[in-house]
Design a protein around this ligand. Structure first.
Ligand code: FAD
Ligand code: FES
Ligand code: FES
Length: 508
């Protein structure tokens, strides 16, 4: 029976999700249940739980999403982080659904990525394999992957770099998948060996059709509810009615809270498909009009749609978590957590971005430099949503993002430093430096900026500013790094930037 969701005028239909082509009702699943638990409870145990916090990729599944170059993209996400109610009306493919049904009495035919994993020894105990093949399949179907007509061995074509196969396969597609026993070489061989999808490939054909529309969801079970309002006005209305609600976008932070800290919300409001939060404005031929990025676009969507137009953001994305996380994570969520070690705030501070906050009575623009007020605190009021992030232009010509972490990829920052410098005629005209991990909030390095501005871009200036930069913030010692290390890294970062921009080595 159709009902009407609070905050919506559209009747909702009973929540259901299409899994491997079969519609499955959500009821009686509790709203906080993850996609992973939902699938496994229905016998689809190929989807594994390794960590339940987005770190291992054993739970990776494919979801049909609005495409960048085609109507639909197959996007791999961590099923352990996404609440199943968020996929109401959506289509999911698991490792079981990748294989094609064979004739009666015969086993299903393996999908090309499964086949390559099998024949190249990419699987040993097999626990990680279903997750790997789902991430691999998403990359297999990426439209701008230049796939040759015939599969090629990894070493047969010298024209590829270590991170891309001769078939255009980007190894970073697998950066969120861990394997404990096979070793990555055979997995890489399998990835680099897949060809192009065949003409009758069902999942490739599905990409030519429109993606599923977001469903207006009002799903209540066991006293808690999950709502997907159809537009921003509906979401703000509902937020006003339910001040106890938790707002969720990609759920890459919230999912960890649910799984690891057992947090439960009486009411969840999903904002990840609100059209007003998913616009991107960046006229390529305009040097002056600001760039506006919808708060609910995923980092992968922003990365692909901007296509390098904001070089500092282009440097950030590959260093932010893994592809699996970036397929869900949003800028609204990164700012929404208020975390002092989030990676986007230093970058957005250096870009002098502002936050557009929507409320029932209108919208206000707050410079990001004034947004954070304390540890995980901000000026955002309880009834407000982050609608978009605005980046003024022209952009500074010299930019860099240095993330210091224990691992190069898929790790949380110990310290993050973002630079946007306007250096003309050998002089630093303007310097903006954003810092993460050295205070209770992300901060601007105001003293170091002053030590650079108006001075020649020289070893002396860089060394002096590096000394000043080491004194910025109030870093603390924790399990990631000591306070002394964090301060030292700030200075080293500026010396590295000088060396990178001039090729002049600096004494450390
Ligand atoms: C394995 C793993 C690795 C990670 N690596 C990194 C990393 O390298 N760098 C990094 O910075 N972060 C990292 N994160 C953290 C997380 O992915 C990011 O913070 C991400 O940007 C959160 O976005 P989301 O849409 O998933 O947020 P959600 O989890 O949906 O929400 C997070 C918070 O933001 C609020 N929120 C979301 N959207 C809005 C909005 N439009 N308006 C107001 N409030 C909103 C929510 O209420 C919630 O409190 C990692 C997380 C995991 C699990
Ligand atoms: S179970 Fe490890 S990422 Fe989901
Ligand atoms: S094959 Fe055993 S964990 Fe990867």
């Amino acid at each position: 029976m159709a009902t009407t969701s609070p905050g919506s005028t559209r009747p909702t239909t009973p929540a259901r999700i299409t899994v491997n082509g079969t519609e499955t009702p959500l009821a009686p699943t509790a709203p906080h249940t993850t996609v992973l638990d939902f699938l496994r409870a229905r016998g689809l145990t190929g989807t594994k739980e390794g960590c339940a916090e987005g770190e291992c990729g054993a739970c990776s599944v494919l979801v049909a999403r609005p495409g960048v170059d085609k109507p639909t993209d197959w996007v791999a996400v961590n099923a352990c982080l996404v609440p199943v109610a968020a996929l109401d009306g959506q289509e999911v493919v698991t490792s079981e659904g990748l294989a094609t049904a064979g004739a009666p009495g015969t086993p299903p035919a393996l999908h090309p990525v499964q086949q390559e994993m099998a024949v190249r020894g990419g699987s040993q105990c097999g626990y990680c394999t279903p997750g790997f093949v789902c991430s691999m399949a998403a990359e297999y179907y990426r439209p701008d992957r230049c796939a040759p007509t015939a599969p090629a061995g990894p070493e047969s074509d010298p024209g590829h770099d270590p991170e891309h196969g001769p078939n255009g396969f980007d190894l970073h597609a697998l950066s969120g998948n861990l394997c404990r026993c096979t070793g990555y070489r055979p997995i890489r061989d399998a990835a680099f060996a897949v060809g192009a999808p065949a003409g009758d490939d069902v999942l490739a054909q599905r990409r030519e059709l429109a993606p599923p529309e977001p469903a207006a969801t009002a799903y209540t079970q066991d006293g808690s509810s999950f709502h997907r309002p159809e537009d921003l006005a509906g979401a703000l209305r509902l937020l006003d009615e339910r001040p106890d609600a938790v707002v969720v976008a990609g759920s890459t932070d919230w999912g960890v809270e649910v799984n690891i800290r057992s947090r439960r919300a009486p009411c969840v409001i999903a904002v990840d498909r609100l059209p007003e939060l998913r616009a991107l404005r960046a006229e390529p031929d305009s040097e002056d009009s600001p760039i506006e990025i919808g708060a609910a676009l995923t980092l992968t969507e922003i990365e692909r749609r901007l296509d390098g137009q904001v070089p500092l953001l282009a440097q950030l994305f590959p260093q932010f978590a893994s592809r699996l996380i970036r397929n869900g994570a949003t800028l609204g969520g990164n700012l929404g957590t208020g975390s002092p070690i989030g990676d986007s705030p230093p970058v957005l501070l250096a870009l002098e971005a502002s936050v557009l906050l929507a409320a029932p009575d209108g919208e206000r623009e707050v410079p990001l430099a004034d947004y954070f007020t304390g540890y995980r605190q901000s000026v955002r009021r309880s009834g407000e949503l982050i609608r978009a992030i605005r980046i003024p232009r022209p952009l500074a010509p010299v930019t860099a993002f240095h993330k210091i972490a224990k691992r190069r990829f898929d790790d949380i920052s110990s310290v993050a430093v973002a630079y946007a410098l306007d250096i003309r005629g050998g002089t630093v005209r303007k310097a903006r430096i954003g810092l993460g991990g050295v205070a209770a909030t992300p901060i601007r390095a105001l003293a170091a900026e002053a030590a650079l501005e108006g001075r020649p871009w020289s070893p002396e200036t860089a060394e002096n500013a590096a000394r000043v930069l080491r004194t910025e913030g109030t870093p603390m010692t924790d399990h990631r790094a000591s306070a002394e290390y964090r301060s030292a890294m700030l200075g080293q970062s500026l010396l590295k930037l000088y060396a990178q921009t001039t090729s002049e080595a600096m004494p450390s």
